[in-house]
Design a protein around this ligand. Structure first.
Ligand code: M6R
Length: 369
């Protein structure tokens, strides 16, 4: 069943272009209009939504953090993202105009299920983003947008994450379409870019050999830090989670803007720090700020692993290792920037002799609180 791959995780990483394409299939027509028939919440109800709350756990939570940037930018509806396990004990403020988005690969995560039940009791509408047909979370939701990643066997989520991102973008764009928000032109461009993104992910996968080599060379390290900004911040969190789960290493993701507020004290000679760099086009202020962050940490001895867009020359002088990713619109960058981090964690864990499909102490689906 591993089709020649050494692990399910490697197979699932390789399946990402198809998973992404399958999740988009039939949901965008030739004119760039989204048709999400399965979202049975009537357009009139979606037009009245005044708040979106995303609830999820683990990797699915990271997809939710990225969704917030897309939803708020394209729809101007306020969006909160919360760990499902925290949400229901917080007495959250919800009503009929709240759209709760519950993201779950398995559809059986108890914390997420409890959060959605809590939301429905308050009258909120719940839209599930889920990879498992007929599982509990979609069954208990008002509507479901299925991700079409196919079965994910490895405990560490990879292809499901990319398809969750696609689904989140589709929800954000659909809300924008239904509500006629003023980002009309931009939405057209993004829909076009999203339609072609599977081929871009494919290209990233073809260039992963240096990442594998780098991962093997860092297998003896105790700590790796990850930095990102804007949508790169959740990508950094995801990179750190993958490394914890698979390599049993201390790994932390930080918002690069927080460096001076504490984490920079951790930097010491030869500490590997992976930095996800935003596109120099678009939000160039963020790009320039992160380049100075890289300079600062390198001056303090960090071994910098820089993930940056092709053609971004500003990072070159400060990168001990440079990983190139194709240029994408800012909000879509997580679809390509996450891939090297998955490969990195998988290879590093393998080099440490770990069983990547079945990491210690973890279960694929957490059905207890
Ligand atoms: O099935 P779910 O998406 O609800 O699972 C949520 C988390 O348990 C899951 O993403 C977990 O963090 C993964 N092991 C991450 O690789």
């Amino acid at each position: 069943e591993k089709s020649g791959y050494a692990s399910f995780m490697l197979k699932e990483i390789a399946e990402q272009p198809k998973a992404v394409a399958d999740t988009l299939l039939g949901r965008i027509d030739g004119s760039g209009t989204l048709s999400l028939d399965e979202v049975r919440i009537p357009a009139a109800v979606l037009r009245e939504v005044d708040k979106v709350v995303v609830v999820a756990c683990g990797t699915a939570f990271h997809a939710g953090l990225i969704a917030k940037y897309a939803i708020e930018h394209w729809t101007r509806i306020p969006c909160e993202v919360e760990l499902a396990s925290e949400f229901r004990y917080r007495d959250p403020i919800l009503d009929q105009q709240t759209l709760v988005v519950a993201i779950s690969q398995s559809g059986e995560t108890m914390d997420t299920l409890m959060a959605l039940r809590h939301a429905r009791e308050q009258g909120a509408r719940v839209l599930a983003i889920c990879n498992t047909n007929g599982s509990t979370i979609p069954r208990e939701s008002d509507a479901v947008l299925y991700t079409h990643a196919g079965p994910e066997v490895a405990v560490a989520s990879t292809k499901a994450f990319l398809t969750q991102l696609v689904a989140c973008y589709l929800v954000a764009l659909y809300l924008g379409q239904v509500r006629g928000t003023k980002y009309g032109d931009e939405i057209g461009d993004v829909v076009r870019d999203l339609s072609g993104i599977s081929g871009v992910v494919e290209r990233v996968l073809e260039t992963m050999d240096p990442v594998r080599e780098l991962a093997r060379s860092l297998a003896h390290k105790n700590t790796v830090l990850f930095l990102g900004r804007h949508v790169g911040h959740p990508v950094a969190l995801e990179g750190a989670l993958k490394l914890k789960e698979l390599a049993y290493m201390h790994a932390e993701g930080f918002a690069a803007g927080e460096l001076k507020h504490g984490p920079i004290a951790l930097i010491e000679e030869d500490l590997p720090v992976v930095v996800v760099v935003p596109s120099p086009r678009g939000r160039s202020v963020l790009h320039d700020k992160i380049v100075s962050n890289i300079q600062e940490i390198r001056a303090r001895g960090a071994r910098t692993v820089v993930i940056a867009e092709e053609g971004d020359e500003a990072v070159v002088p400060y990168a001990d290792h440079l990983v190139r990713i194709p240029a994408t619109p800012t909000l879509l960058q997580p679809l390509v920037a996450t891939v090297p981090l998955q490969v990195f964690a998988c290879e590093l864990a393998t080099a440490r002799g770990n069983e990547v499909d079945q990491p210690r102490n973890l279960a694929k689906s957490v059905t207890v609180e």
